[in-house]
Design a protein around this ligand. Sequence first.
Ligand SMILES: *Cc1c(COP(=O)(O)O)cnc(C)c1O
Length: 349
Amino acid sequence: MRVDIASLVRPGIARLVPYKNARAEFDSSADIFLNANENSYGAPITGNFNRYPDPLQRSLKVRLACLNATHEANCFIGNGSDEVIDLLIRSFCEPGIDNVIICPPTYGMYEVSARINGVEVREAPLTTHFQLDTDAIVNCADKNTKLIFLCSPNNPTGNALTRADVMRIVDAVHALVVVDEAYWDYSSSASYIGEIERHNNVVVMRTLSKAWGLAGLRIGMAFADSEVIAVLNKVKPPYNVNAVSQQLALDAVENESIVQQWIRLTIRERENVRVLLEELPIVRTVFPSDANFLLVRVTSATEAHGALLRHGIVVRDRSTMLGCEQCVRITIGTSEENNRLIDVLKQCK
Ligand SMILES: *Cc1c(COP(=O)(O)O)cnc(C)c1O
């Protein structure tokens, strides 16, 4: 689908003259910088932290775009994916008028962010196999639907969405289809970043918080058509990613091999844990997973959660989420952590 991006942007945002920070106004070399009211004497710690960071994170963006076989102009970096979600909603959804579609059970921030911004949330629940109900999504969409949030692999269910279903939505709606690939590294499916050239309504979100082991740095990304990226750049806070995070993320990208090793280890552990869980009397179902966690239906989620907690192990009780009755979500830990988890669950009746 080719959509008219300009027609999806909130009118006030389209008209907005963005704030021009000192770095945006003058960004070439000079000897003396007296344009940003910084402290010219230095910082009381090592590093050039007296200077504002690059507002567009260009060095990091070039590396991340390259790593994902796309271009700098198709890449946005946020203070975590959570900032990207909020910026998408604030840029494209007029409060009280526009709406977004979500497919529960799914990641909670899409709904929370929309509600904080006074934007209507429409639900098109996943099927019993946690796949898209494409008819429900298409029927739910109207001229005020601006964003459709899909999560693949999905949190909390763990499965990847069927590609043909996602592409059917992309082809059917005049709205942005946001595919959250936070757990993509653990999955065998091809990324939707490859679709952004042909489909200017596809937005792919990624994060360094999961497989990359950098949740503390708060680095989230969006890959999309350059027109969508330009809108996000217009709305974002001027210095949304701090200098330390930019630098450390750049360092991390140079250490990709250890990350690839952890991904392989995690996938192997995930399948070991699955087999062990399936042998336990309290386990009803271990759902298929393309992520670094397993959604597990047990005889009593409260009891399993409580027993683990008494042994100092915390998992997530997801029982109250649609279609997740008596389910706990277990992150794959180190093999030692996983063994301790299994030992405790063995003793549960
Ligand atoms: C963990 C998670 C995120 C959060 O990403 P941050 O970059 O840490 O904000 C986004 N989406 C999903 C589906 C997640 O599970």
